[in-house]
Structure formats: C-alpha cells, structure tokens
Write a protein that binds this ligand. Structure first.
Ligand SMILES: CC(C)(COP(=O)(O)OP(=O)(O)OC[C@H]1O[C@@H](n2cnc3c(N)ncnc32)[C@H](O)[C@@H]1OP(=O)(O)O)[C@@H](O)C(=O)NCCC(=O)NCCS
Length: 153
C-alpha cells in the first residue's frame, strides 16, 4: 500500500469510499478540492498497487495551523479495513504535519463510533473533551481526541 498526496483524479473514488461508510464525514467534491488547494490542508490517499490500474483503498484529510493539526476525515474502503490502511495514513500524516510545525493532532468523533474509537485509542489518541449535541441526524455528542506528536509521529 502506497501513501501519496491526493490529486483530482481520486475524487470519484473518495466519494465511493465515503458513501460505503455511513460514519464517515459527509463531504462534497468541492470540500475535497478546496482543502487540497489550501496551503494549510493535506489529503493523503492509500493506493492499492496490487490492482491494475492502482486503486484507492482509503484516505485521510488534515488541516494544520502552526502547532495545531486536525484530522478532519479518515475513511478506509470496507474491503480494506483491518489491514493497517488507516494506521499507515495516520503515521504518514503525523510525519508530514510535524514537518509543518504541528505538535499535536485533534479530531472529533461520534461517541457511538466504537470502531473508530478503538482505532484512535490504538493510534495513541486520548480524549480531551466533549462537544454536547455536536452532530445532527442523529443528534449526538462529539468526543474531542488529541494525539501529541513526537519525532516518531
Ligand atoms: C476507523 C477506520 C478508519 C479504521 O481503519 P482501518 O484501516 O480498518 O484500521 P487499521 O487496520 O489501521 O486498524 C489498526 C487497529 O485499530 C483497531 N481497529 C480498527 N478497526 C477496528 C474495528 N472495527 N473494531 C475494533 N478495533 C478496530 C484495531 O486495534 C486494529 O488493529 P488489528 O486489526 O491488528 O486488531 C475504519 O474502520 C473506517 O473507515 N471506518 C468508517 C469511517 C469512520 O468512521 N471514520 C472515522 C471518522 S471520525
């Protein structure tokens, strides 16, 4: 699995993967395009090189402003889950954000998203707070998680 930066030819694949996963952030093509064109944005794609042509297995969307990084969306295609794809996307994202000066990465996650909470816990994110009723449809609290970055990510 190769981790590389997003380009516009990935858009359709990102939306397919997002639609497979109801707990993923619901973003439009414009949201991804805007973030990719923003100097503070970063979208990483995991590319499955075992297919011809290579296919997108997952992606992570970040923003960073000075010392604060944010993981905005993280989604892995259903058929590639539990293969270390998200771990690789977070490892590489952490390295790249460190180079931009980030010292920590924040994210928000639905309190009921147990698979994601298990993943983030394994990836050394810890709960830092809670935003009551942050999500709609259904209404739910967001947990705020943070991962302190070290030289190793
Ligand atoms: C959460 C998500 C990104 C994890 O992606 P992944 O590529 O499957 O994760 P990894 O394979 O790197 O998992 C690493 C470890 O995290 C934990 N983990 C990951 N998914 C898990 C699950 N469904 N249940 C329990 N633990 C899980 C395990 O400890 C796993 O290690 P193991 O497979 O050796 O047991 C993926 O399930 C996903 O896309 N979910 C839908 C979208 C979503 O909710 N994103 C988060 C929005 S905030």
């Amino acid at each position: 699995m190769k981790i590389r930066e997003f380009n516009s030819t990935d858009l359709a694949a990102l939306l397919v993967i997002q639609d497979q996963n109801p707990t993923a952030g619901r973003w439009t093509k414009d949201d991804y395009t805007r973030l990719a064109g923003d100097a503070q944005g970063l979208i990483l794609v995991a590319e499955n090189e075992a297919t011809a042509p290579p296919s997108v297995a997952g992606f992570a969307a970040y923003r960073s402003v000075e010392e604060e990084g944010e993981l905005l969306n993280l989604v892995v295609a259903v058929e590639h889950q539990r293969q270390g794809v998200a771990s690789a996307l977070v490892r590489e994202g952490a390295q790249r954000l460190i180079k931009r000066g980030a010292r920590r990465i924040f994210l928000e996650v639905r309190e009921s998203n147990q698979p994601a909470l298990e993943f983030y816990s394994r990836a050394a994110f810890v709960q830092q707070g809670r935003r009551p009723d942050y999500y709609q449809d259904p209404c739910e609290d967001a947990l705020i998680l943070v991962k302190e970055l070290t030289a190793r990510g």
